[in-house]
Design a protein around this ligand. Structure first.
Ligand SMILES: Nc1ncnc2c1ncn2[C@@H]1O[C@H](COP(=O)(O)OP(=O)(O)OP(=O)(O)O)[C@@H](O)[C@H]1O
Length: 508
């Protein structure tokens, strides 16, 4: 009996990884074991839909994966079966050593883990990128001691000396793309010199003017005016991505967070960043083409879809470009069961939402509650939240300026009734994000943009022109709070597919 069935995409991944390892002819078990290790890092069990064989796949006997029954002198073909069994027993908290039934479960779990690991690799690694570097960061970066960074630290101190600042390094922490150096100034009056000299320091470190060093107000600074933190971008080869599976873990494990909590990414030190979309209460996501805007929208949407059932969340997705949101076809949360692509349908949907807003306002008043959250908490109203996503605001307004009016009305009044807008654009200009929308859409996510002026349109401040691209963002979830740097979760179509399967599983 085979222990593992793959499909054609798994087989392609195995091939790509063997090439990535520089050993195209090596046994496939290498990749299968890496995939197993990758999956075991995820704290939620792999889904059942990874059982069974797929089109264009292969079959593997247990001996080809764990080496069961092989003698001890065959290098990587040694027998690791007991070790794998023990790992899976601990992970699933089930005994996988005794009896036929436990044997069946062992093989099933093994299959699910290996296939999930292959999926993870597929969505987070690109075959033209270095696989060894990827492996290091995905599997080990949090588990092994960091290499010494004395060189970069010394460079920073030398750069500071060049701008007339004498200092010491008190510590360094590595995030996905940035290292944060905690600096202690020998002279308390040198803080402004550092602030003014950041570009020079960047040049000294060989960074382009676009990849700025950012000065963070260190939390210790209030107590200790000599302490500051510098966020220094690392070379691209040393970045690690934040895979979509992590978002799933945050969302699935979250307890006692507000209903519309979203996790767009992690902070510069790798800790998850979250905010409540209902408190935002509307959001603009802006960034130049290729900055990671669509991936960011996927992270926001999956944050909601991993947790909320259709009776709690309805989605209106407007995608005039007809590319990015197609993956959500099939989710039972979609209002009207489909994604809106046509401009006429979009106008109709927006007008319908304005009517829904009026209807809800009346209903809440009749039930004597101030807003939907209160109504739901008190059990007096059980309407779902509605999240409206416009994939490209500029396209929508270009095709019909009329769309602006219902959008403005919704942003002005829909908050209390639980209707929230997420507007995305790759053209952050005054025409697209007009004054009326600006003042009523306080939540902002800026991905990288070309100019400081574009950054100001999105965030009301400069800074986004210095972001590193590929999901690097400045996040200001609500008016009146400071913008925060974050690196987006890399959500791919596979993550969306997995979520859809889970939603279908939940509804059965
Ligand atoms: N969080 C992320 N982590 C790693 N890479 C990312 C991330 N977000 C985006 N990228 C990379 O950037 C590419 C472009 O992302 P995306 O398609 O979201 O850009 P976009 O801003 O929507 O572009 P467009 O407006 O042209 O559709 C992705 O294919 C991916 O390679």
């Amino acid at each position: 009996m085979a222990a593992l069935y793959t499909d054609a995409r798994d087989e392609q991944t195995i091939k790509d990884v063997l090439h990535g390892l520089g050993t195209p002819r090596a046994p496939k078990l290498r990749v299968l074991r890496i995939a197993l290790a990758r999956s075991l890092q995820i704290s939620t069990p792999p889904p059942e839909d990874l059982d069974g064989s797929g089109l264009g796949g292969s079959e593997y006997a247990l001996a080809r994966i764990t080496g069961v029954g092989l003698s001890a002198d065959k290098g990587e073909r040694r027998d690791y079966d007991l070790a794998v069994r023990a790992l899976l027993s601990v992970y699933h908290d089930e005994d996988m050593f005794q009896g036929e039934e436990s044997e069946r479960r062992y093989r099933r779990y093994l299959q699910r883990h290996v296939r999930r690991g292959l999926q993870e690799i597929r969505t987070t690694w690109r075959p033209d990128h270095d696989f060894h570097g990827y492996l290091y960061h995905e599997l080990f970066v949090n588990a092994v001691p960091r290499p010494a960074r004395t060189d970069l630290g010394q460079e920073i101190l030398a750069g500071l000396r060049e701008i007339g600042v004498s200092a010491q390094i008190r510590g360094v922490e590595d995030g996905p793309r940035i290292s944060r150096y905690r600096i202690y100034l020998d002279d308390v009056n040198h803080y402004d010199r550092v602030k003014r000299g950041l570009d020079k320091l960047g040049l000294h470190l060989g960074l382009s003017t676009r990849q700025g060093i950012l000065l963070q107000e260190d939390e210790d600074r209030e107590r200790e005016a000599r302490v500051l933190a510098l966020d220094v971008p690392r070379p691209r080869e040393s970045w690690y991505t934040v895979p979509g599976a992590r978002l799933r873990d945050w969302a699935v494990q979250a307890t006692e967070v507000p209903t519309l909590t979203v996790w767009p990414g992690v902070d510069v030190l790798g800790e998850p960043v979250r905010f409540d979309l209902a408190a935002a209460p509307h959001l603009l996501v802006g960034g130049t083409t290729g900055s990671g805007k669509s991936v960011c929208l996927h992270a926001l949407l999956l944050s909601l879809l991993w947790r909320l059932e259709p009776q709690d969340l309805q989605l209106t997705l407007i995608d005039p470009k007809r590319v990015e949101l197609v993956h959500y076809a099939g989710f039972p949360h979609l209002t009207g069961g489909q994604i809106i692509e046509d401009i006429g349908d979009a106008l109709e949907a927006l007008d319908g939402l304005v009517e829904e807003m009026e209807r809800r306002t009346l209903l809440l008043r009749q039930h004597g509650v101030a807003n939907l959250i209160e109504g739901r908490e008190q059990g007096r109203v059980d309407l779902p939240f509605v999240v409206v996503v416009v994939e490209e605001l500029a396209d929508l307004l270009f095709q019909s300026r009329e769309a602006e009016q219902p959008l403005v009305r919704l942003t002005q009044k829909a908050r209390a009734v639980g209707i929230h807008l997420v507007l995305a654009t790759q053209r952050p200009d005054a025409e697209t994000f007009s004054g009326l929308l600006r003042s009523n859409v306080p939540g902002r996510i800026a991905l990288s943009v070309r100019t400081a002026a574009e950054s100001k349109i999105i965030l009301d401040e400069t800074g986004a022109e210095k972001l590193l691209g590929a999901g690097d963002m400045l996040l200001r979830p609500q008016a009146g709070v400071a913008a925060r740097r974050a690196h987006g979760v890399r959500v791919g179509s596979d993550d969306i597919r997995l979520c859809l399967q889970s939603v279908r599983g939940r509804s059965q």
